[in-house]
Write a protein that binds this ligand. Structure first.
Ligand code: NAD
Ligand code: DAU
Length: 360
């Protein structure tokens, strides 16, 4: 019998790379990693795995059905873990087409390839197979200040091109289970932070800008609330859902850690003041309010009781411990940050932030 292995999509991105690194640190089951290496994919995230025969990297697109068919036939994975996506809300506002292509068409392509492959398996192989779809809490829409956190039963109300494309992909995954019996699982997670996050997202952007003495852009009034989860905890939740999740179910994953953006930024500034003081003054002097994100969701919060009740998962990190680790990681990995701040990165920063100063 062939040894077990899993196929991961998007494993050169932030969460996918953390997942692959954690997976191979804990077990010997090999990983085929399919990633298109868009601006967000980075082989440096996987540098530790160079020469490791348990990691097979394939540079390719999830929309390429022939390639996905070939990988499934060749490697015969017992599971597909689908992380690949266009993931940045602001980019989805500037250019939604790539989001529909990768998040909707790409997920459809994977589901069809998975279905064809699954149909070739014997009864035991079919029963063991899993398609785990990694999704987001943003599909549920925006909460008012007094609303209860998102439970799995909450109606979908996506507001951005990003969240709409993820919602569409979630619906496809659900339908492939109900119609074709494909053994799927879906996770809907809140905002992640941690090592290897691309500095377009709030936390790494603020760390990188603060270290460079650049303005720390706060959209709107800085009181939008997110529920922050350390990436290693998200990866642990995905492993639990893969191992013991009930087929066809969705599991919400969150940190029980709602915080307004301005508090996140002030926490980072205080940590940097402690760990890397700036002779020019406290890092908070760089805080700069800018025009709001169009359609900016006000509040997200996750009710993570189902995954705790059924699978015993809870976050191991508090925000205080996770953000300290994260800031320390960026301080010791400034080469990584410098490498990803390429010409294309600078073009994005100019496109998103130029002329956005309040009053401009
Ligand atoms: P990311 O943008 O850092 O990485 C995405 C990866 O997918 C990159 O390596 C990229 O090269 C790859 N990719 C993009 N298009 C592809 C294509 N067509 N074919 C193959 N690979 C492609 O994203 P992330 O933050 O790591 O998010 C991973 C997943 O988790 C996404 O599905 C996202 O919706 C979901 N998610 C993210 C968060 C978060 O806070 N970052 C929270 C909840 C859920
Ligand atoms: O909730 C899960 C989602 O979290 C994931 O599905 C997405 O892939 C991920 O990008 C993230 O989406 P957000 O839009 O919440 O993350 P972002 O880091 O872009 O922004 C976090 C908050 O900070 C949000 O309220 C917008 C605000 N913000 C962001 C940036 C980049 C700022 O105030 N200034 C900024 O410069």
């Amino acid at each position: 019998m062939e040894p077990d292995m899993i196929l991961v999509t998007g494993g050169a991105g932030f969460i996918g790379a953390n997942f692959v690194l954690d997976w191979l640190a804990a077990a010997d089951e090999a990983v085929v990693n399919l990633d298109a290496l868009t601006y967000a994919g980075n082989m440096e995230n996987l540098a530790r795995l160079q020469g490791d025969a348990r990691h097979v990297f394939v540079h390719g697109d999830i929309c390429d059905r022939a390639l996905v068919d070939r990988l499934l036939a060749e490697h015969r994975p017992r599971a597909i873990l689908h992380f690949a996506a266009e993931s940045h809300v602001d980019r989805s506002i500037h250019g939604p087409a790539a989001f529909v292509r990768t998040n909707v068409e790409g997920t459809f392509t994977l589901l069809e390839a998975a279905r064809a492959y699954w149909n070739t398996l014997d009864a035991a192989g079919q029963a063991a197979f899993r398609f785990l779809h990694v999704s987001t809490d943003e599909v549920y829409g925006s909460l008012g200040p007094e609303d209860p956190p998102f439970a799995e039963t909450k109606a979908y109300e996506p507001n951005s091109p990003y969240s709409a494309s993820k919602a569409a992909s979630d619906h496809l995954v659900r339908a492939w289970h109900h119609t074709y019996g494909l053994p799927v699982l879906t996770t809907n997670c809140s905002n992640n932070y941690g090592p290897y996050q691309f500095p377009e997202k709030l936390i790494p952007l603020v760390i990188a800008n603060a270290l460079a003495g650049k303005p720390l852009p706060i959209y709107g009034d800085g009181m939008n609330v997110r529920d922050w989860l350390y990436v290693g905890d998200h990866c642990a939740a995905i492993r639990e859902v893969l191992a013991r999740g009930r087929l066809g179910e969705t599991y919400n994953v969150g940190g029980w850690n709602e915080m307004p953006n301005i508090d996140i930024v002030r926490t980072i500034c205080a940590l940097l003041d402690e760990l890397r003081p700036d002779p020019a003054g406290p890092h908070a002097r760089l805080i700069s309010y800018v025009q709001d994100r169009p359609g900016h969701d006000r509040r997200y919060a996750i009710d993570a009781r189902k995954i705790e009740r059924e699978l015993g998962w809870r976050p191991a990190e508090t925000f205080a411990s996770g953000i300290r680790k994260t800031v320390a990681w960026y301080l010791t990995n400034q080469d990584w940050v410098a490498h990803v701040q390429s010409g294309a990165y600078r073009d994005w920063i100019a496109a998103n932030y130029a002329g956005r100063e309040v009053g401009a």
